[in-house]
Design a protein around this ligand. Sequence first.
Ligand SMILES: [Mg+2]
Length: 195
Amino acid sequence: MRPAVFLDRDDTLIVNRAITAHSAYPGSLFDPALVQLCPGAALACRSMHQAGFALVVVTNQGCVARGECSVQQVEATNARVRAVVRAEAGVDLDGLYYCPYHPRGTVPPFHVEHPWRKPNPGMLLWAADDLRLDLAGSWMIGDAERDIVAALRAGIDRPRTIIVGDAPAAEVGHRVDSIAAAAEIVLQSAGGRSR
Ligand SMILES: [Mg+2]
């Protein structure tokens, strides 16, 4: 079993708000052509992968439940995320899981709460089983409190949770201003353990 770094997708790994702010659905990015990595994300992915961490994206996509886009659009966008990481970081994401459900959605069967929807821990627990991950040694990097809470509920200790940006979060291990800075924390901890 190996540890993972769980990554939120939107505004952690790829740019969302700055691109979709003036679209019909701010915060929902479902056009593969618009995918671009956050600054420093490629190097962060490469270095964490080289340090022995599985890279696992876990992303809420309630846009499906809200009728803003289709499952196919989300999956095409996710495929583009994988391709861009491969091209720019030179590594493959080990997993990418998304949750199309939202309890205030309108599109059946997605208009319900679901154990996969962060802050629930379902995606992380599923990934851990699917990919044989060591959850206790894993990390979470996200930009919202729900990312951190999902990790805590999955059994990841608070010192291995990192929030990127200034979103309010009651319980988080570290707060940084970029995924690059988050990766440095992960790598320092990993190096400290092995040397
Ligand atoms: Mg996000």
